[in-house]
Design a protein around this ligand. Structure first.
Ligand SMILES: NC(=O)C1=CN([C@@H]2O[C@H](COP(=O)(O)OP(=O)(O)OC[C@H]3O[C@@H](n4cnc5c(N)ncnc54)[C@H](O)[C@@H]3O)[C@@H](O)[C@H]2O)C=CC1
Ligand SMILES: O=C(O)[C@H](O)CS(=O)(=O)O
Length: 471
């Protein structure tokens, strides 16, 4: 069983203390990682700070990040195999994640060449007639990047790619349960010649590493994807430093009476249960116009009943295990509570160890946990609505606002929803779970602050500096 080290200042450092990484299907460990102390964190931050002070121009950054994306693709099968083991999602989905990750790096590399400011007409102010001015964007310095378990390669690339492209140095802290692809990605960057200290990887306990990073004043920015609980903790303790947060959601998707109901049901089934629902824009709340409710529910049930749970390496498998037994038990308890409060299970509603079956609930109401909170599991509720205003109101009745979906052929309703639905992204004629990697991605309300997508992340990870020349 391979034991992985920490990566600090271009060297691998192993610790005796270990965290086993489980194959999420067999539940047996297949690798282990080192456990960083506060001292390791401080060494990594110092290395990042020193490295950041070295000259590293945009074209060199472009070349290195581009090569990393190409090498990642060459190692596609190795990465996909590890992803299938450590996350537990089907191998085909894992190959897709690796391909997207390579694209995220490619886009980041291109953006390295396009970071620019703008001319500011200071000469139009009385007394500044002899002045000229422009802005430049400068790197923030040392970026701490903390990532979640569910999409552990692409969400790492969404932080490391833009941070390096912008000229920063990075301390990467992947999730304890899915750290191996981040370690392999670090090897890729080492192999393509990333200057030492530019990327440091620290594994271990989230709270210990988080506390050490927050206490170290040489960390200039935190970019975090994960739960609202940890995101708020980071925001509260980062002081005046920059913080970008990609947090949870209880994503809604609306099906209006004027759409192709069967097509909508097929898309929604595919985007509700992928990765066992452990995707932050996964469909959770479905609102269907009362005229087409019965037909839609029939199609959705039909499609969902055909989904097969099992071994991620079996090509027939659509849904793998959930990440932890406690998560599957939590989902089971929330569904049970909903049923006690009057919900009806149309499909699924059963747990077999760490597997939770794809589940459709009806007769739900907005204050049940399965609607009000983030399920982060393979469970959807289906409710009816009568009017446009009513459905917009219920979609917005959420603490979250990452993305939502709306199926309609009525351009007027689509435009009304675009103005009124409170989210970072509204997807028309698709479900909430739509993302391509160069689009701006991020939420409002409790779903976080700041945007990802390389161009937008680079804006978060740079400061604007104005230069005024009195000539
Ligand atoms: N908006 C988005 O783009 C996404 C949001 N998520 C959200 O992530 C959550 C699920 O992911 P999890 O990995 O379970 O989240 P989590 O918040 O438990 O962990 C995320 C990361 O934070 C670290 N961490 C834990 N305690 C910490 C602390 N005190 N200080 C600093 N770091 C700490 C963990 O080790 C891990 O690396 C869900 O709420 C989901 O919605 C997940 C993917 C994408
Ligand atoms: O937030 C997530 O779970 C991911 O960002 C969704 S995606 O990037 O895998 O589409």
């Amino acid at each position: 069983m391979k034991h992985y080290g920490l990566y600090i200042n271009g060297s691998w450092v192993t610790t005796k203390e270990k965290i086993d990484v489980l194959n999420k299907y067999t539940r047996k460990p297949f690798a282990s990682t080192s456990v960083a102390s506060g001292n390791h964190v401080n060494e990594a931050v110092e290395a990042a700070k020193q490295s950041y002070r070295q000259e590293w121009g945009p074209y060199d950054r472009y070349l290195i990040i581009k090569k990393a994306g190409e090498l990642l693709l060459e190692r596609k099968e190795q990465f996909a195999e590890i992803l299938a083991k450590e996350v537990g999602k089907p191998y085909g989905e894992c190959l897709g994640e690796v391909e997207r990750s390579a694209l995220t790096l490619e886009i980041s590399s291109e953006e390295a060449k396009r970071i620019h400011g703008e001319g500011i007409p200071v000469e139009s102010a009385p007394g500044s007639e002899n002045c000229m001015s422009f802005t430049v964007r400068v790197p923030v310095g040392v970026v701490a990047a903390i990532t979640p378990f569910n999409v552990p390669l692409n969400l790492v690339c969404h932080k490391v790619g833009p941070a390096l492209a912008a000229g920063n140095s990075v301390i990467l802290k992947p999730a304890e349960v899915t750290p191996i692809v981040a370690l392999l990605l670090t090897e890729v960057f080492e192999d393509v010649g990333l200057p030492k200290g530019r990327l440091n990887l620290i594994t271990g306990e989230g709270p210990v590493i988080g506390e050490a990073l927050l206490a170290n004043k040489d960390v200039n920015m935190f970019t975090f994807t994960g739960s609202p609980r940890v995101g708020e903790y980071i925001r509260q303790n980062a002081g005046l430093r920059k913080v970008a947060l990609e947090l949870g959601n209880n994503s809604a998707t609306v099906v209006h009476h004027d759409t192709d109901i069967e097509k909508a049901a097929n898309v929604i089934a595919g985007k509700s249960f992928a990765n066992a629902g452990q995707v932050c824009i996964s469909v959770q709340r479905i609102y269907v116009h009362e005229d087409v409710y019965e037909a839609f529910l029939g199609f959705l049930k039909d499609k969902t009943e055909k989904l097969k749970m099992g071994d991620p390496f079996d090509p027939e498998t659509n849904i793998g295990p959930m990440i932890r037994l406690e998560e599957a038990e939590r989902v089971e308890a929330w569904v049970k509570e909903a049923v006690e409060q009057g919900a009806q299970v149309e499909v699924g509603g059963t747990r077999d160890g760490v597997f939770y079956s794809p589940t459709i609930l009806t007769n739900t109401h907005r204050d049940m946990k399965v609607c009000r909170q983030e399920v982060f599991g393979p469970v959807v509720s289906v409710e009816t609505y009568k009017t446009e205003d009513e459905v917009i109101e219920v979609v917005n009745d959420s603490d979250y606002g990452l993305q939502a979906g709306l199926f309609t052929s009525d351009l007027r309703f689509a435009m009304k929803a675009a103005r009124k639905i409170e989210v970072g992204g509204l997807i028309i004629n698709d479900a909430s779970a739509y993302r391509v990697d160069h689009m701006p991605y991020g939420g409002v309300k409790k779903s976080g602050t700041g945007k990802e997508g390389p161009r937008y992340a680079i804006e978060e990870m740079t400061e604007e500096r104005i230069i005024v020349m009195n000539v």
